[in-house]
Design a binder for this molecule. Structure first.
Ligand SMILES: [Zn+2]
Ligand SMILES: [Zn+2]
Length: 275
């Protein structure tokens, strides 16, 4: 099995959980775990219409769960935009429906566009990656691209994030070519997508139990490990104080940061699949 980086319970970010299971970690940042993947809400609770941004859109079949989380936090207010950290099936499940319903632009890195415009499929998952049932099931996961080209835009070249003053997008490739993370320097907040995740995804047990651990990107879909390592090192160098990732609970504080540095410093031993 993989070398794990257990995180103590005290590394969990303090959260306020509402009745729809939306987990607020800051006044203007919350997330919701729908099935096995997180979506993030950037903007204050009860933001005005077009006054917040949705990051990622979950796995297929969770649209209603996401919608009820949104209703709980924002009432009937629609987001100004949807930002996709990347286009994997477990992060775009409700993208077509929600973007149409809200009539919103979708922002993603230009290198991710072929996977969001029906042009290209992701490479087959690495079913040889060690670690139990998820890699074995991975070949059954859908890989064919969705087509949201009518609403899709590139993130601005200057690193700013539309509708999110104070935030920057960071190119964090490796897991996918156009993977991005979102960063707010003022309070060192990181929305990491799958560049680093805070629970294991390689076994059904890990997915179910969601032990807090600091992991590199999910192995069975990651192709460019050199780029993935560089991305983790970039994120560690920023010294985040809070991480909301694509999988697992939000983590914060010096224990989280120590685990992130440990992952960055020993990435090849910890994160890479065993040959
Ligand atoms: Zn992914
Ligand atoms: Zn994912």
């Amino acid at each position: 099995m993989s070398v794990q980086l257990p995180l103590p319970e005290t590394a969990r970010a303090p959260e306020q959980v509402d009745s729809a299971h939306v987990r607020a970690v800051l006044p203007n940042l919350a997330y919701l775990r729908a099935a096995m993947v997180n979506v993030a809400f950037i903007g204050p609770a009860n933001a005005q219409d077009r006054g917040w941004v949705l990051v990622d859109t979950g796995v297929a079949g969770t649209r209603r769960q996401i919608a009820s989380g949104i209703a709980s936090r924002f009432g009937t207010s629609r987001p100004a935009a949807i930002i996709q950290t990347h286009g994997h099936f477990d992060h775009v499940g409700a993208l077509e429906e929600l973007s149409e319903e809200w009539d919103v632009p979708i922002y993603a890195h230009a290198l991710e566009h072929p996977f969001l415009t029906g042009q290209q499929s992701y490479p087959a998952p690495d079913s040889g990656a060690e670690g139990g049932i998820m890699p074995k099931l991975a070949p059954l996961f859908p890989r064919s691209p969705i087509d949201v080209s009518a609403r899709l835009k590139s993130l601005p070249d200057d690193g700013t994030v539309p509708h999110l003053p104070g935030w920057r997008w960071l190119h964090t490739p490796g897991h996918t070519p156009g993977h991005v993370s979102l960063w707010r320097e003022a309070d060192k907040t990181l929305v990491a997508g799958d560049a680093v995740i805070t629970t294991g995804q390689e076994s059904a047990y890990e997915v179910a139990v969601q032990e807090p651990e600091m992991h590199g990107p999910p192995r069975y879909f990651t192709r460019d490990w050199a780029a993935a390592a560089a991305s983790v090192r970039l994120l560690a160098s920023l010294e985040p104080s809070l991480i909301v990732s694509g999988h697992g609970r939000a983590m914060a504080g010096h224990e989280m940061l120590a685990a992130l540095h440990h992952l960055a410093d020993h990435f090849e031993e910890i994160a890479l699949p065993r040959a």
